[in-house]
Design a protein. Structure first.
Length: 188
């Protein structure tokens, strides 16, 4: 069976500092914006599979039913997730992405990348077809950035631009909280 490379889309909500989690790695209450959660869950419903780190997942009632690639340094080879029959454990240092995708057994479609920091960063190099960046005005001053290198004057937009992505569109997602959804994609 030859599998086609999926469309790769990233999904993240960030604080005004570019953080996706607090300093304790928990998801901050200030980033739980109902309009974003609605967009996010609807987007994941379109996905053929999810990619997340060992400590990340999308939450919600459909989480256990979704096919997924769990990125972890704790395995030396691709293997089924002993806790989830719909998932494979993948160490990017020991196998290429295409092999992990093929092992998942999904023919094609969209892979939704949902974090954390290192996972979002890895897929910058693999190549996003789209990155959906929800920008909240809420503050999470000391936390985990969406991408490696964000902080100290470097924004998520700077990192996306450095990796060849351009802002394709933006819209207000929630007027009350002044939350904006940006869609980034490859140049051209």
């Amino acid at each position: 069976m030859t599998t086609k490379r999926p469309r790769i889309e990233g999904f993240a909500v960030v604080s005004r500092e570019g953080m996706i989690a607090g300093s304790d790695s928990s998801f901050p209450e200030v980033l739980k914006i109902p309009a974003d959660q609605e967009f996010y869950q609807a987007s994941l419903d379109r996905a053929s599979a999810i990619a997340n780190g060992r400590h990340s997942a999308e939450g919600g009632p459909k989480e256990a039913a979704r096919r997924r690639i769990v990125l972890t340094r704790r395995v030396q080879r691709l293997m089924p997730d002993p806790k989830n029959a719909k998932a494979v454990l993948w160490n990017p240092a020991t196998a290429p992405f295409d092999e992990a995708w093929q092992r998942l057994g999904v023919e094609d479609g969209m892979l939704a990348v949902v974090g954390g920091t290192d996972v979002f960063g890895l897929f910058l190099n693999i190549g996003y077809d789209a990155f959906h960046l929800t920008c909240a005005k809420a503050s999470v001053p000391r936390g985990r950035p969406v991408f490696p290198g964000v902080g100290k004057g470097t924004t998520p937009a700077d990192v996306l631009t450095k990796h060849g992505l351009v802002l394709c569109s933006s819209r207000v997602l929630d007027a009350e909280t002044d939350t904006v959804l940006e869609e980034w994609g490859p140049k051209g």
